[in-house]
Design a protein around this ligand. Structure first.
Ligand SMILES: [Zn+2]
Length: 189
């Protein structure tokens, strides 16, 4: 039996915060804001060629500053993707999702995980036993008194979650523990 909410099987998220329901907006407000954000995003990345900049020798349309990322992302998405936050366990929209498709980075849109790699870990976050080759990079994380391996999108450096090995969940013996807020499922892919 799984003790939902107690997070007994996944003690890797001490930074988990209480439910963010107080920060949620009405659907109408969110829709209005998203339309406005999209218009602003077009202004930044497409409408103004001068906004295209060179980073590390490569031209990028990705936001660079935090202010630019805040235009593209909701406050909750920004907290997770750009500040390495963690959504509360069992709160994400993809925890129990079985729909086939590709999970793309919510920050930049590149493909990160195939639904074939998703499995039930009962830890409260979407779990995958493998990433699309080259899509995810690993970084040692020594925060919160632990040594963990953080996973980020290799394309835009946004935080996804952490990866754990040796737990025996699947033959690949790997669990990419990912925030739902870090990905978006494309069921048609
Ligand atoms: Zn990305």
């Amino acid at each position: 039996m799984i003790a939902r909410g107690l997070n007994v099987n996944c003690p890797f998220y001490p930074e988990t915060t209480p439910c963010e329901s107080s920060a949620r907006k009405t659907t109408e407000t969110m829709t209005t804001r998203r339309i406005r954000q999209r218009e602003q995003l077009v202004d930044i990345t497409a409408g103004r060629p001068e906004a295209r900049r060179t980073v590390d020798g490569m031209t990028t349309d990705l936001p660079i500053t935090d202010d630019e990322w805040r235009i593209r992302l909701t406050p909750s998405e920004f907290r997770v993707l750009r500040e390495a936050g963690t959504e509360p366990p069992w709160s994400g929209e993809y925890v129990d999702t079985k729909t086939e498709g590709i999970y793309n980075c919510r920050a930049c849109g590149v493909a990160l995980y195939n639904s074939d790699s998703k499995f039930d870990s009962h830890c409260g976050w979407p779990s995958y036993d493998d990433a699309i080759p080259g899509a995810v990079k690993e970084i040692e994380d020594r925060n919160h008194g632990m040594v963990r391996v953080e996973i980020r999108c290799a394309n835009c450096d946004s935080h996804l979650g952490h990866v754990f090995r040796g737990e025996g969940f699947t033959p690949k013996n790997t669990r990419h523990c990912v925030n739902s807020l870090s990905v978006r499922l494309d069921p048609s892919a």
